[in-house]
Write a protein that binds this ligand. Sequence first.
Ligand SMILES: Cc1ncc(COP(=O)(O)OP(=O)(O)O)c(N)n1
Ligand SMILES: Cc1nc(C(=O)O)sc1CCOP(=O)(O)O
Ligand SMILES: [Mg+2]
Length: 209
Amino acid sequence: MKLDPFYLIVDSADWIARLVPLGVRLVQLRIKNKAPAQLRAEIRTAKAICALNDCQLIVNDYWQLAIEEACAFVHLGQEDLEMADLGAIRAAGLKLGLSTHDDAELETAKAAKPDYIALGPIYPTILKQMKWSPQGPERLRTWKAHVGDLPLVAIGGLNVDRIEGVLSQGADSAAVVTDITLNPDPEARTRQWLAATAPWRTVEMPLGE
Ligand SMILES: Cc1ncc(COP(=O)(O)OP(=O)(O)O)c(N)n1
Ligand SMILES: Cc1nc(C(=O)O)sc1CCOP(=O)(O)O
Ligand SMILES: [Mg+2]
């Protein structure tokens, strides 16, 4: 499986309606603290917009709702994974992305046989408090050696100027929240991300070059 090199993460279907039609091919709906009915409505709307725009939707955290709404992909952190029913996720045909932050989490994630692994935070992030220090982009190369052909996602503190640095270290995809959502012009910033990741979308870049 291949992931698009630009992985947008937003917290509403409104954001998806605004940014996905610009050409985004991979988006995560990461909603915190909403009632189940609202969550379901957001997922349903996001799914419809993504289908119209040939964009892969990944639902964060809410794997049961993702199954019920016939979504294709979920992302889980390690704590989410402890509570999740992997058998049910697989039986529903969902693809699975998993977060990792250290060696032990990498082993746990690999054992779950996910469809991609994310490493973060690569740089300091302002989105959420994290107990891990920034990993630095060089750590991606170590992770890539461990995950092999499994797609690797870099996340945390990424911006347009840092894309090249993470993709050239072995990440297959660069995930981003605030560089876009807090930008004064999120549409323009999204276009910059699309342009900056374009070379990685079309060309296989061997590690070390
Ligand atoms: C692509 C990607 N990587 C990591 C995360 C973080 O997941 P998690 O650790 O479960 O934290 P929350 O995002 O749920 O707060 C992610 N969402 N996406
Ligand atoms: C949601 C999330 N997970 C991370 C991890 O390391 O697992 S870092 C992160 C925040 C990403 O937001 P921004 O692009 O604004 O830094
Ligand atoms: Mg989570």
